[in-house]
Write a protein of this length. Structure first.
Lengths: 307, 529
C-alpha cells in the first residue's frame, strides 16, 4: 500500500510538469497582456514594466525562469497585485476555500448519503419521490440563481444571516456560502447513492444476508452500504478538488476571499503568475484526492488491493 | 480505519468553531465603503485605478487636494507662488504636516518621491502625470539621471518646481495620487514591502490597519494628521464589491454605508426603494467610438459624419443605459470651469433631420440599401457594451451600413487597439485624470499612445501646442475649444456617444457627501449621523 502511494506520488511529478508547461504556453497564446487596458501606456513606461517582470525576454527563457523558481517553491509576484506574491495570495485564500469547500462536501456526503439510502429503501414511496425531485432541482438550478435567492430570503427577508462578507470566518458568515456550494453536490450524491443502493440491495450477498436472518439495520448498514459507497467515493475525489479550490460564483456573490475567483479574474487580467499558481494548486489537489480515493477503495471494498 | 475517516472532518468542524471570532465592540464610528475592486497596489506611485485613488486620498496628502465638491484646495502645501512666465512654482509646505510616525513632512520628501515616480525602475504607470516637470520624460526614458528632475528643496518647508512650459492645469495634476509623497526612510527600510500593514507610514487622514485580499482593507484615523481634529470617522473599511447586485443587497442590509455602482438596469426599482440614497449625476468621462481614420473608406470625413448622425444618442442613453448616461455631442464633458465644449453641428437637430441629412451624404457616396457598406464594430465584452453595439447596428442597417460585431475581453480588446490592429470602428472610453479639457483632447494628438484612431491634423496639434504655452486662462480655454471644433466636431477623430455618470449608493447615515464631477469623496470630510 505504502509502495503504491509512493509510486503514485512519483508519477504526479511528470503530470504536474506537463500541466505547468501546457498552461504556461496556453495563457500566453491569449491575445493582450497584463498591461493592456483602457488607457494605453507610454511605450517607455510599458518597457519599464515589462523589464521588471521579465516579459521582455524570449518566451522560452521566461519559461525557464518560471520553472526554476517553481522548483524552489517560488510562484513569483502577482502582475496585477505586485505587492503580493502568488504564494501570499494563495496562503490567504486557500484556507478559506478549503474550509468552505470541505464543509460543503462533508455535509453533501452525509446528508446526500442519508437521503440516497432512504430513497432506495423506500423506493417509489413519497420519500423517494421527494429525494428524486430535490436531486433534479438541485442539479438543474444554477448556483448564481440559488445564492442571490438565499440572500434575499435569509438575509434581507428574515434577517437571520448577513448578506455577505467573511468576517474572519464567523459561523454566521459561513452558512450561506456552505449551503449554496453544497446543494448541487448534495443532489449528485443523493442520486448516486440512491441508484447504487438500489443495485446493492438486489445483489446475491444481500439476499444471502437476509436469508441468514440478519437484522435489516445490519443488512443495510454493514453490507449494502459498503458496496453502494464505491461510486460515491469515486465521485468525492474530483469533487473535493473542485470544491476546495473555490467557486467563483459563491465567492463573488457572498464576498468571500477564497481562491476560486483567481481562476477567472487572473485569466481575464492576464495575471500570468496567478493563473499558473491556481493551476498548480488545482492540479496538486486533483492528484492528491484521486490518490486518497484509490486508497479509500481498499477500505470500503475488500476486493480492491494495491500490491 | 473507517473511524479515522470520520475523525478528520469532525476535527475540521471543531476548528471552525474555535476560529469563530466574536464581533468587535462598536464604540467607534465606522464607515463601510464598497469600493468596486481591491487595489492592485497601495504604493501611490504604482496605482492607477479608481478604487486605488479612493484609498490613496485617505492615506496620503499631496500638495493639492480636492474638497467635497471637487474644488481645488491646498493640502500638504500651505501656499504657492507661480512665476510670471508660468514655468516655476514655489510651494510652502504646512509647518504642522506630519507623517504617521510623527516626523515632519519636508520638501525633501517630495523631492525624493517625485524622483522615485519618474525613475524607470519604479515602473510607474502614471509617471506621465509629472511629464510637465522639467526633464521628467527624459528620466523615465533612462537618458537622464533622476537628480536632474526639475524639483528642489530650498529649505525644509520650501519646494521649487521647474516646468518645461507653462502648464495651467499643473495644480490640478497635483491632486493625483501619483504626485503624493512617500517617506524615504519607510521605503528604504522595507523595500517593496513598505506598503504592508504595519509597515506603511503615510501623511494623510488615515493609516493602513489591515489588508486581506478579496475581503477588506481597514484604515484607522491618523492622530498625526494636520487636520485630525476635524476628522470624524474613526475607522473606514473598504470592501471589494465586484458583484454590483450583491453589493446592493449588502447596502440594503446595512452592511455597507456607501457603494460605488449599482446595476443600472435596476435604476427605477432602486430609486423607488432607496430614494435620495441613490446618487446619479454627470462625471468627467466619455463613452465613444473611434473610426480607423488612416484607412479607406473611413478616411472620408463625410462618411464618418453621416454614420455619427445616424446614431441616436438619446435612445442609447435613455433606453440602453436607463438614464445612467447622458447623450454626448462633444468629446469634453460639461462641468469644467471656464470651458465651453465645441459641439457637433447636428447637436441641436432632431434625429429625423439628422437621418435625412445623413442619407443624402451616403447617397452622394454611392452607399445605400442597394449598395451596402460593411463595417466591423469591435467592443470589449460587457452587457451594456453589447446592447449599445446592437442598437447601433439596428440604427445603421436601414441606410445600407451593414454592421458586424466583434467582442473580446477587455485586455484583448485594448491590447488589439494599442498594437494598432486593423479595424473599422471600435469602442473606448476616457475618464479625466484631472479637471482640464486638455486631458481629453490629447487623445487626438498625432502619435500619442492613446490615439488609437491614428488621427493626425496639423492645425489641431498646433492649437494644442499653442494652448500649452498660453498663460491667460481664458485664451487658453478658447484655443482648446477651437482644437475640439477641428478635431472632434469637424473631423470626428473620435465619435462621442455618451457621457458617464457616477452612480453611488449613499446611506442616509452618511453626512458630508458632496456629489461632484470627479466623483471623489475623501473619508476625512464624511461623518456618521
Amino acid at each position: 500500500m505504502l509502495r503504491y502511494a509512493f509510486w503514485r506520488m512519483m508519477t504526479a511529478v511528470p503530470t504536474l510538469f506537463v500541466v505547468v508547461t501546457l498552461s504556461f504556453f496556453m495563457i500566453r497564446i491569449a491575445p493582450g497582456g497584463p498591461f493592456d487596458q483602457e488607457r494605453a501606456l507610454d511605450p517607455v513606461i510599458r518597457a519599464n514594466l515589462e523589464r521588471t517582470y521579465h516579459l521582455d525576454l524570449p518566451l522560452v527563457q521566461q519559461y525557464g525562469i518560471y520553472l526554476k523558481n517553481l522548483l524552489h517553491g517560488d510562484l513569483g509576484p502577482s502582475f496585477t497585485m505586485p505587492e503580493f506574491s502568488v504564494a501570499e495570495l494563495l496562503h490567504a485564500g486557500l484556507p478559506v476555500s478549503i474550509r468552505i469547500g470541505g464543509l460543503a462536501l462533508l455535509l453533501a456526503l452525509i446528508l446526500g448519503g442519508a437521503m440516497g439510502v432512504i430513497a432506495a429503501l423506500y423506493r417509489d414511496g413519497w420519500a423517494d419521490r421527494a429525494v428524486v425531485g430535490f436531486a433534479t432541482a438541485g442539479s438543474t438550478i444554477p448556483t448564481f440563481v440559488v445564492a442571490p435567492l438565499f440572500q434575499l430570503v435569509f438575509a434581507l427577508g428574515l434577517n437571520w444571516l448577513p448578506v455577505g462578507g467573511w468576517n474572519d470566518g464567523a459561523f454566521h458568515n459561513l452558512i450561506g456560502p456552505v449551503i449554496c456550494l453544497m446543494l448541487p453536490q448534495l443532489a449528485v450524491v443523493a442520486r448516486l447513492m440512491r441508484s447504487s443502493m438500489i443495485e446493492a440491495l438486489h445483489t446475491h450477498h444481500i439476499r444471502t444476508a437476509r436469508a441468514m436472518g440478519l437484522s435489516e439495520a445490519a443488512v443495510v448498514g454493514r453490507h449494502a452500504l459498503r458496496s453502494a459507497l464505491l461510486p460515491v467515493v469515486s465521485y468525492a475525489g474530483p469533487a473535493a478538488a473542485a470544491l476546495m479550490t473555490g467557486s467563483v460564483v459563491v465567492e463573488t456573490v457572498f464576498s468571500i476571499p477564497g481562491i476560486g475567483r483567481y481562476f477567472v479574474d487572473a485569466a481575464l487580467n492576464r495575471d500570468y503568475t496567478v493563473v499558473m499558481g491556481a493551476v498548480v494548486v488545482l492540479a496538486v489537489f486533483t492528484i492528491l484526492f484521486n490518490l486518497i480515493v484509490d486508497i479509500a477503495y481498499t477500505l470500503v471494498d475488500p476486493r480492491v488491493r494495491y500490491d | 480505519m473507517r473511524h479515522h475517516h470520520l475523525r478528520l472532518p469532525l476535527s475540521g468542524i471543531a476548528l471552525v468553531a474555535v476560529l469563530t471570532l466574536p464581533l468587535a465592540g462598536m464604540a467607534e464610528t465606522v464607515l463601510n465603503r464598497g469600493n468596486l475592486d481591491d487595489p492592485e497596489s497601495l504604493d501611490p506611485h504604482r496605482t492607477s485605478t479608481l478604487a486605488e485613488a479612493n484609498l490613496m486620498r485617505d492615506l496620503f496628502s499631496g500638495l493639492m487636494g480636492l474638497d467635497p465638491d471637487a474644488k481645488l484646495i491646498p493640502d500638504a502645501a500651505a501656499s504657492w507662488r507661480v512665476s510670471d512666465d508660468g514655468l516655476s512654482y514655489t510651494f510652502t509646505l504646512r509647518a504642522d504636516g506630519k507623517w504617521s510616525d510623527g516626523s515632519p513632512v519636508t520638501a525633501a520628501d517630495f523631492v525624493y518621491s517625485w524622483r522615485r515616480v519618474v525613475t524607470p525602475e519604479t515602473a510607474a504607470e502614471y509617471a506621465y502625470m509629472l511629464a510637465p516637470v522639467k526633464n521628467a520624460e527624459a528620466i523615465t526614458a533612462g537618458t537622464l539621471p533622476p537628480e536632474d528632475l526639475g524639483i528642489r528643496a530650498i529649505d525644509d518647508l520650501t519646494l521649487e518646481v521647474t516646468l518645461n512650459g507653462p502648464t495651467p492645469y499643473f495644480l490640478q495634476m497635483l491632486t493625483h495620487q501619483s504626485t503624493y509623497p512617500v517617506q524615504k526612510a519607510n521605503v528604504e527600510a522595507f523595500g517593496a514591502a513598505f506598503t504592508k500593514p504595519g509597515n506603511l507610514v503615510s501623511n494623510g487622514a488615515y493609516v493602513l490597519g489591515d489588508f486581506v485580499p478579496n475581503d477588506h482593507i481597514t484604515l484607522t484615523r491618523n492622530p498625526e494628521f494636520y487636520d485630525a481634529a476635524n476628522v470624524s470617522i474613526d475607522t473606514v473599511n473598504y470592501y471589494p464589491t465586484a458583484d454590483a447586485s450583491a453589493a446592493v443587497k449588502r447596502f440594503e442590509a446595512g452592511e455597507l454605508d456607501v457603494n460605488r455602482d449599482f446595476p443600472t438596469e435596476q435604476t427605477a426599482d432602486l430609486q423607488a426603494k432607496f430614494g435620495d440614497q441613490l446618487r446619479v449625476g454627470p462625471t468627467l468621462g466619455t463613452y465613444y467610438y473611434g473610426f480607423k481614420i488612416d484607412k479607406a473608406p473611413w478616411d472620408e470625413v463625410a462618411l464618418r459624419q453621416a454614420i455619427s448622425m445616424l446614431i441616436d444618442r438619446d435612445f442609447l442613453a435613455e433606453k440602453v443605459w436607463q438614464d445612467t448616461m447622458l447623450p454626448a455631442y462633444s468629446f469634453v464633458p460639461p462641468g469644467i470651469d471656464g470651458y465651453e465644449s465645441a459641439a457637433l453641428d447636428y447637436a441641436g437637430m432632431s434625429q429625423i433631420d439628422r437621418e435625412e441629412q445623413a442619407e443624402a451624404i451616403l447617397t452622394g457616396l454611392g452607399i445605400g440599401p442597394d449598395h451596402p457598406l460593411a463595417l466591423e464594430l469591435r467592443f470589449n465584452t460587457s452587457d451594456n457594451n453589447a446592447n449599445t453595439a446592437v442598437a447601433v447596428q439596428e440604427m445603421l442597417a436601414p441606410f445600407g451600413i451593414e454592421v458586424s460585431l466583434v467582442n473580446l475581453d477587455t485586455k484583448s480588446h485594448y491590447g488589439y487597439l494599442e498594437q494598432k490592429g486593423d479595424y473599422d470602428l471600435a469602442r473606448a472610453a476616457w475618464f479625466a485624470d484631472y479637471v482640464d479639457p486638455e486631458n481629453f483632447l490629447a487623445l487626438c494628438k498625432t502619435g500619442t499612445g492613446n490615439n488609437t484612431t491614428l488621427y493626425s491634423d496639423g492645425d489641431f496639434d498646433a492649437l494644442l501646442e499653442k494652448a500649452a504655452l498660453e498663460t491667460d486662462p481664458a485664451k487658453r480655454m478658447g484655443d482648446l475649444h477651437d482644437a475640439e471644433a477641428i478635431g472632434v466636431a469637424r473631423d470626428l477623430c473620435v465619435v462621442p456617444l455618451m457621457f458617464y455618470s457616477y452612480h453611488n449608493l449613499v446611506s442616509d447615515r452618511v453626512g458630508g457627501w458632496g456629489d461632484n464631477v470627479m466623483d471623489v469623496h475623501p473619508t476625512r470630510f464624511l461623518s456618521i449621523k
